[in-house]
Design a binder for this molecule. Structure first.
Ligand SMILES: NC(=O)c1ccc[n+]([C@@H]2O[C@H](COP(=O)([O-])OP(=O)(O)OC[C@H]3O[C@@H](n4cnc5c(N)ncnc54)[C@H](O)[C@@H]3O)[C@@H](O)[C@H]2O)c1
Length: 422
């Protein structure tokens, strides 16, 4: 069988680094035939790796989508605020689309994209990669098999990691919701998605609290320089020193500001890009901790906590059922049965691709679903994803209104009462 052909829009960390390697590993399944990327170095690097001819290398998505349909599927991996227009246009051009999360920072646009996919009869799958990992799919399977009875409550902790929050949400691409998305969407739409999936019930109401408590100018050490590398007097005692991180355990993350990881390039990046800024003097506004309470249609509840103040980046979950309990953390799930007192440990082997195997898992599943298009719904279809995105939007509305309880039905109806365009 011939491989699916694809175009990539946005050959950045996710597009080029997360999903496209699948085409190199499984050339009989997927082949990139065109790319749109605004950064010339990234464009050239991607085109060379995938053998894309000059005439199909575009410097913007607009240019690529002005062409007649070039392939079966489109991978859309631009930044959060650049998802809506390319997605709607790609669907109009009859591409099946794999779109990065979040769908859009505007709830109305999320609903419109879902409608556009239906109108143009194409598949629109959202990159909620967790569902495609052995860890999360094992939890789902254990629940579906009835191993803990009916799920009554779930507690989920997203430990972002002190260095990761500094990199992505204080200095990096998702530090300011006016340019990207609020934290509950940018980082935690995955958590809303897995909670909605594991519960398998509509969420009826949410409430949320959280703030930007630490990373602001009020906490800057005396005499702190704007960039750590400029001889900051507090550097030795600051856990968030950029040079210590990017020359040390975070060296790989320096790829976000330099293509080649040489000492000179990293120093240049630390002097000239936001990744070198003092964490107390950035232009960040997204929260560094947030909690969300949720109630589902059958009365089950969930509690979610995101915090940047943890040593490691990890999720931990406790799922409490009527007949047993599941606890999950990196690489390990423990099942405890109330009747037999039997404890079963399930080890999840380390995965070789990003996001615990989710990056390759979603591409494999997406291609399979496109092949069988029309016979079943994608595991993370636009419709499924709109539901969990709305939980995130409603949580943010609650947080901004001192934790007011938000009814999801009212929230959705108020959206639909605004004019929805397709
Ligand atoms: N699924 C996940 O778990 C996950 C993880 C991280 C990020 N994301 C999401 O993935 C998306 C991309 O993130 P990233 O880290 O790859 O960002 P990135 O900045 O590395 O990549 C985006 C790319 O789009 C390019 N671009 C900008 N304007 C363009 C245009 N007009 N036409 C074509 N290309 C253009 C940029 O040059 C850049 O290379 C974001 O929405 C982000 O929130 C998802």
């Amino acid at each position: 069988m011939k491989p699916f052909t694809a175009v990539l829009i946005g050959a950045g960390a996710r597009g080029a680094g997360g999903y496209a390697p699948y085409a190199l590993d499984y050339p009989h399944e997927l082949k990139f035939v065109a790319v749109a990327e605004a950064n010339p170095e990234r464009l050239a690097k991607f085109a060379e790796a995938h053998g894309i001819p000059k005439e199909h290398q575009y410097s913007s998505w607009e240019e690529l989508l002005r062409q007649p349909q070039l392939a079966d599927v489109a991978f859309i991996c631009t930044q959060d605020r650049m998802h809506y227009h390319p997605t709607v246009q790609a669907l109009e051009k009859k591409y099946h689309v794999l779109l990065e999360k979040p769908m859009s920072p505007d709830p109305k646009e999320c609903v419109e994209m879902e409608l556009a996919a239906k109108q143009h009869d194409r598949q629109l799958t959202i990159c909620h990669v967790l569902r495609y990992t052995p860890f999360w799919s094992s939890l789902k399977k254990l629940i579906q098999e009835g191993r803990i009875g009916q799920v009554v409550s779930i507690q989920l902790n997203e430990n972002v990691g002190y260095w990761h929050i500094a990199h992505s949400f204080v200095r990096g691409n998702w530090n300011n919701s006016d340019r990207s998305s609020p934290m509950i969407l940018a980082k935690s739409c995955h958590d809303m998605d897995v909670l909605s999936w594991l519960m398998d019930q509509p969420c009826v109401r949410v409430s949320s609290y959280g703030s930007l408590m630490h990373f602001h100018s009020g906490n800057a050490p005396e005499g702190a320089t704007d960039y750590c590398i400029d001889g900051c007097p507090a550097e030795a005692s600051c856990a968030y020193s950029a040079p210590r991180f990017y020359f040390g355990e975070g060296k790989g993350w320096a790829r976000h500001f330099t293509e080649e990881l040489t000492r000179e390039n990293i120093v240049k990046g630390l002097k000239e890009t936001d990744y070198g800024r003092c964490v107390y003097k950035s232009d960040n506004n997204v929260v560094d901790h947030q909690v969300v309470n949720m109630e589902f249609e059958n009365g089950a509840t969930a509690m979610f906590s995101m915090s940047g103040f943890t040593r490691h980046q990890e999720r931990r979950i406790q799922i409490m059922g009527t007949h047993g309990e599941l606890r999950g953390e990196e690489g390990r799930i423990v099942l405890m049965d109330f009747l037999t007192h039997e404890t079963t440990e399930i080890k999840i082997p380390p995965q070789t691709t990003g996001h615990g195997g989710g990056d390759s898992g979603i591409v494999r599943s997406f291609l399979k679903e496109v092949k069988q298009y029309g016979t079943s719904e994608s595991l993370t279809s636009a419709s499924v994803s709109v539901r969990s995105h709305l939980m995130a939007f409603a949580a943010e509305e609650s947080r901004l209104n001192k934790g007011k309880s938000i009814e999801l039905r009212d929230y959705y109806e108020s959206l639909m009462n605004q004019e929805v365009q397709v």
